[in-house]
Design a binder for this molecule. Structure first.
Ligand SMILES: NC(=O)c1ccc[n+]([C@@H]2O[C@H](COP(=O)([O-])OP(=O)(O)OC[C@H]3O[C@@H](n4cnc5c(N)ncnc54)[C@H](OP(=O)(O)O)[C@@H]3O)[C@@H](O)[C@H]2O)c1
Length: 331
């Protein structure tokens, strides 16, 4: 097949392109070339999606397209430039499209956020932006030409958000001299992630099969303590874990999920009880397969160590902050 990847220089897009090349497809990627390189075997066509003219370097028709954009403007320009030249579109959306994150086990029929209007975009309206992209695609192409993949937390080697590498790295190299690690006491919190390589493989299969529909795409749900235990065992952590309650972490101004002074994958309850406990049953019934968490953890750690464990992170506690917090948690 001749497959067009809109993107291909970022993390997931590059894996997608690589997977499609490995399967013998002709792969063309359209991007500005600012985020990185496309994988060997794929062709990069330089273009800026801010305008329809940005697609001018693309020749001919394609059998399928995969798009990773967050910007409704990019969806609209792509539709105008390529709507009549590509029969099947795969769009990487997000579970952030949902209005409610408090209900465990919700499927694709859950209520959505309102679609973003206009082109003023920021991370605060990430979910609304994805809704606008989804709606524009279905409206322009019809539901039978579009696959909407609402990804959960994407994990594994290459995680440039610094979230899923945090725990493997911290348990492998604790900040404290006695090997202690600060861990939220969250026995009822569900965790759910999908290895980027598994997501890429399934998306390429969907493109090959011209599968249409709307699917949550994530892995199995585990309770947070089980997740922590899998990480500890995989990286061989033998020090103590120091459990601290949600209210204590809030008092210490530790953020959930992401950002400076945060603990990734930890989310406050009850409002986020459904955030990482969504049903991906429909995607599983249509071929989504996920590898064991231990493999994602092991490879994620290897990537963290290779890319510099001391670098500034977008998520997690610095070793200094963690040692200070441990001192307060067990004076
Ligand atoms: N991380 C998560 O846990 C998570 C969870 C759910 C869903 N998602 C979704 O997963 C996807 C991740 O994609 P990704 O890893 O490939 O990363 P990304 O950083 O979102 O990739 C964006 C791509 O678009 C290209 N691009 C950006 N602006 C452009 C422009 N003006 N013109 C042309 N190309 C442009 C970039 O290339 P250039 O900069 O080279 O132009 C890059 O290839 C996104 O859709 C994200 O919303 C992520």
């Amino acid at each position: 097949m001749r497959i067009l990847v809109l993107g291909g220089t970022g993390w997931l897009g590059s894996l997608l392109a690589s997977e499609a090349v490995t399967r013998g497809h002709e792969v063309v990627c359209l991007a500005r070339g600012e985020s990185g390189h496309v994988p060997d075997g794929a062709t990069l066509v330089h273009g800026d999606r801010s305008t329809v003219e940005g697609y001018g370097g693309l020749d001919g028709d394609f059998d399928a397209l995969v798009d990773v954009t967050r910007f409704p403007l990019h969806t609209r320009t792509a539709l105008e430039a390529l709507g009549s030249r590509v029969p099947h579109w795969v769009f990487v959306s997000s579970c952030s499209v949902y209005a409610d994150h408090g209900t465990p086990g919700a499927d694709e029929s859950a209520d959505l956020l309102p679609a973003l209007e206009g082109d003023e975009w920021s991370m605060e309206v990430y979910g609304e932006g994805k809704v606008a992209c989804e709606q524009a695609l279905v409206e322009a192409l019809g539901a039978d030409r579009v696959l909407l993949a609402r990804a959960g937390l994407i994990a594994g080697p290459g995680d440039i958000t610094d979230r899923t590498g945090y725990w493997p790295l911290r348990f492998a190299h604790p900040a404290s001299d006695d090997g202690a690690v600060l861990v939220p006491n969250a026995p009822d919190l569900g965790t759910q992630l999908i290895d980027a390589r598994d997501l890429a493989a399934w998306l390429v299969t969907c493109a090959e099969q011209r599968r249409a529909g709307t699917f949550n795409a994530s892995g199995p749900v585990q309770l947070f303590p089980e997740y922590v235990e899998t990480v500890r065992q995989t990286v061989g952590h033998i020090g103590p874990t120091v459990l601290v309650d949600q209210s204590w972490l809030e008092e210490q101004e530790v953020l959930p999920w992401s950002g400076d002074r945060s603990l990734p994958l930890w989310l406050p309850l009850p409002e986020y009880a459904g955030f990482m406990t969504r049903s991906s049953a429909a995607a599983e019934a249509h071929g989504l397969r996920t590898r064991p968490l231990a493999e994602t953890v092991r490879d994620g750690l290897e990537w963290e160590l290779r890319t510099g464990p001391g670098r500034a992170r977008k998520a997690g506690l610095t070793p200094t902050d963690e040692v200070e917090l441990l001192g307060r948690a067990r004076p």
